[in-house]
Ligand binder design. Sequence first.
Ligand SMILES: O=P(O)(O)OC[C@H]1O[C@H](O[C@H]2O[C@H](CO)[C@@H](O)[C@H](O)[C@H]2O)[C@H](O)[C@@H](O)[C@@H]1O
Length: 406
Amino acid sequence: MTVRTKRLSAVTAEPSNNSCPHLETLIVSSCSSSKATVNSGSLVSSPAVRSQPVLNVLQKKHNSSVTDKRHSVKWLDAMKAQSPPRFHSLHGDTPESYDIEAAKYAAWMKKHPSALSIFKEVMVEAKAKQVVVFLDYDGTLSPIVEDPDQAYMPNDMRVIVKEVATYFPTAIISGRARPKVYEFVQLAELYYAGSHGMDIMGPANGTNGFKAKGTQMKDKMGNDVVLFQPASEYLPLMDEVCKILSESSKGIRGARVEHNRFCVTMHFRCVKEESWGPLAEKVESVLKDYPTLCLTHGRKVLEIRPAIAWDKGKAVDFLLSSLGLSDCRDVFPVYIGDDQTDEDAFKVLNGLNHGCSILVTSVPKETKASFSLRDPCEVMGFLHHLVIWKEQDLEVHTGMGMVHHP
Ligand SMILES: O=P(O)(O)OC[C@H]1O[C@H](O[C@H]2O[C@H](CO)[C@@H](O)[C@H](O)[C@H]2O)[C@H](O)[C@@H](O)[C@@H]1O
């Protein structure tokens, strides 16, 4: 089994699935600033990005209701596409329908084999390379639940992630606000990229010997850390949008707004499907007054975020570079995620010579990931295998060293 090696441009901005249809010009001009930031590869805010007049640009109004309607329909489609029916309910609950869905999943698995069942083949490429582990949070380390505040990570997952971090530089890359992810994970030895990579913090001196470049500071607990926030100027704007969105969605039962610091998330998991369209329209109508922001989508969420060319893929690139690990011949990044926003990271991994991109899903999905895992339970299994693999590797090397080089 060979790990996918397809070359893609990791740094130059390719249009993402999560595009902002009415903001192309702004995105293109933001791209060059972000590109410079990525190349600098250090955990300090880029003056190029900071100097963008993001808050003062023309607040563009849209007069065309036809365009607005088309956008809302587009987002309604996205909402439906991101919410595949449960496995058993696709064609009813009969044994035949179950067989049909099982066959579809089996066919999909041929293209995206289980990273757990072919672990050894996957890791052949990692031999003698520095493995770096990137983990999404919701749906990857914690099961999806209705209440976002209750998305706890099981303790045995925490134990295994901690072990992983003792052997490999490890980062959590989440759409959540960074402090919130930290509250759930509670491991100081990891790097955390919150708000889809727009808020990166990590230990100044990694436990496994890696040091992220950048300006050091102290976190709330007094630890030495490094920080990178490419969209820091957007904070007041995000606060404003969060308030407006909370107000405008009050009439839609089940809708819930979460302030994720550099993004604002509109949850519709508890909204009846007939209200998804009106909700998408409300989000769109708030967004149209903020031309420096854009809309993306995830698992039963719509998200408003700064329209800068920065995403989870850029965060991966940035962290690798900042840790001095961007020479892809010696590095084997592993990225595990379950959501649409993780596709940007899969794309970056596919652009490297070696790497392992894994989508967590129990239903067939269009993805750029090479491999799959069914659920957080399997993620835990995979991480466990990774630890054992490293321990065996260390053991073999010590043993062989003694035999062949006395
Ligand atoms: O990048 P992630 O760490 O996967 O964060 C993406 C979003 O995750 C959370 O929402 C998702 O999980 C919730 C709890 O299980 C679930 O209720 C929701 O439907 C999922 O989309 C988080 O609450 C969002 O803010 C993140 O953007």
